[in-house]
Design a protein around this ligand. Sequence first.
Ligand code: F6P
Length: 603
Amino acid sequence: MAGLDWTYGVSTLRQWESADYEPSLPVSEKSNPLTRDIDQASAYSIVKMLQLCDSQMFQEEAGTTYQRLLSDQVVKTLMEVAKRVEVIIKDPQESCVVMSGCGTSGRLAFLISSGFNKALSQLNQSKVYSYIIAGGDRALLSSQEAPEDDPRLGVLSLKKVCEGKKRVLFIGISCGLSAPFVAGQLDFCLHHPEVYTPVLVGFNPAHQARDEPIQDCTFTFHSVVQRMQELAKSQKAFLINPAVGPEAISGSSRMKGGSATKILLEVAFSAAHAATFSNTPITYNGVLQHMKAYERTLDVTYSQTDGITTLVEAAGQSLRCSRHVYYLGWGSLALLGLIDASECTPTFGADYEDVRGFISGGYRELNNNDGPLTSLGPKFSIAHEDFLHLILPCLTDKDTVLLIYTHPDDVTEVGNMARRVREKTPNLHAVYHQADGDTAASLQQDDIKKLCLSTLKITWPREALASGTLQHMQRELSTKLVLNAVSTGAHVLKGKIYQNHMIDLQVTNTKLYRRATRLLQKLSACPEENCEEALLKAIYRVDMLTVEMTSSDITTHTCFARNSTKVVPLALVILLTSWSLVEAESHLKQQPIVREAVAQWMW
Ligand code: F6P
């Protein structure tokens, strides 16, 4: 936390750890005391709150309640996982590493597997990393929550990826230790130990793993974790589950959960690569130092608070007047833009057009399993050419455009794009990374700077430890932090958040259904059954629920909810007033700023 000079909330940094703080909730679902007033904060304060929340990732372990990122046990487990990866890299024909997850967890599995496969290709080695995302490749760019509930689908996709392999290191990522899709895969691995070694990555202590029955299954996530804990004693399974503190927006695991996933897996894989290709043994200190390099990434990034604040303000203004935010990126940093943009739909109930990402080279650069997805609809148009054809002609100065690149990228191309955009709007900004003392591209850089309203230059110290690959991964994390701040901050400024809760969440799977019910209880102080009843009325858009509706299971409700909007705000109005559904809907239409609407009914 070096460089943290902002005192607001420092005393509450560890408050969430207290045993009586929201005791019924796992860490990943708790609300963060630091951000309780984020909905009333200025852009600058929002960024500062996010910095504090992120700094909680690297807090030291205190007592025995929670393992942390830098805890002894976590470092040691990463070393063991790295050793398994090393064995696999040396035997690419018969073995592989598979990462799997839902939503952001699956997107990061894709990002990380792409990066490390590329590193192998550059060394003329065979690729060993594969990714699985619940809902398939379309979920890389759009929200697909329902498959998260399906353990069989998880198993089928795992079997497909591993066909013919004799040794598989399976890494299941579920930030909340909750996704049935991942639980099914881990359970399958536990039944086939001759081939599969399961690793679980998540951010709750084991006893907080979800214990809700999974349809047609004899196991729960919790029971799978218990079996893994038993096998972990003989290193036949591994659990990497430090707590990183509650998310800035409650339950939004795309933020710290995603960042910590990236850090942990990259540390393990980098150690394995260094051991295989540069004879650097996997050591405790090596792993620890690598983790600490990521801690410095936070300092380097947030030393640019003013620049990030400018971007949050610009993006917030665009969203407030129903205009758009566009990320135009190059290389893997562009992928972080695509990921950040895709998460706005499920997290903030946003339209896909509100925040959009584009990548230079389109699907050629993305290189995903299923190839181009453009035929799936307009939201899958992701190339810069698509931006130029579809978006640029209608661009106005109310839209915010963000160029995202790093020094080795083609700065000439960045300059050309900047000029094209500048012809339509002055609301152009740049985020770029450069190594300290790197002056090679500065002339072209100066030209780009002149075209931009603001330029966020992130300068990286030339550390002895930082290899080119580590530097690049740090730049990716830094970009993730900036973009998460931009999209989260902009939606907060748009009034999408109440206190630190996303009220307008989509209720499209069991986890989200439970979260919505809890939120309604918290905000209305009504009993659980009344809240669930109101939620169902809002989902089915009726004043009187039929027996068929009340007797259906959650999967049926969440399927139906896919086509309903403003479900939770509507349910809240129903609970807090005596209005009919039609009246409640019409009031919500008159007050589209959800935070203000809710505040109005709360008093
Ligand atoms: O249900 C949707 C979602 O909450 C996504 O926003 C998130 O990225 C995903 O689930 C994965 O959650 P977890 O990593 O906890 O399984």
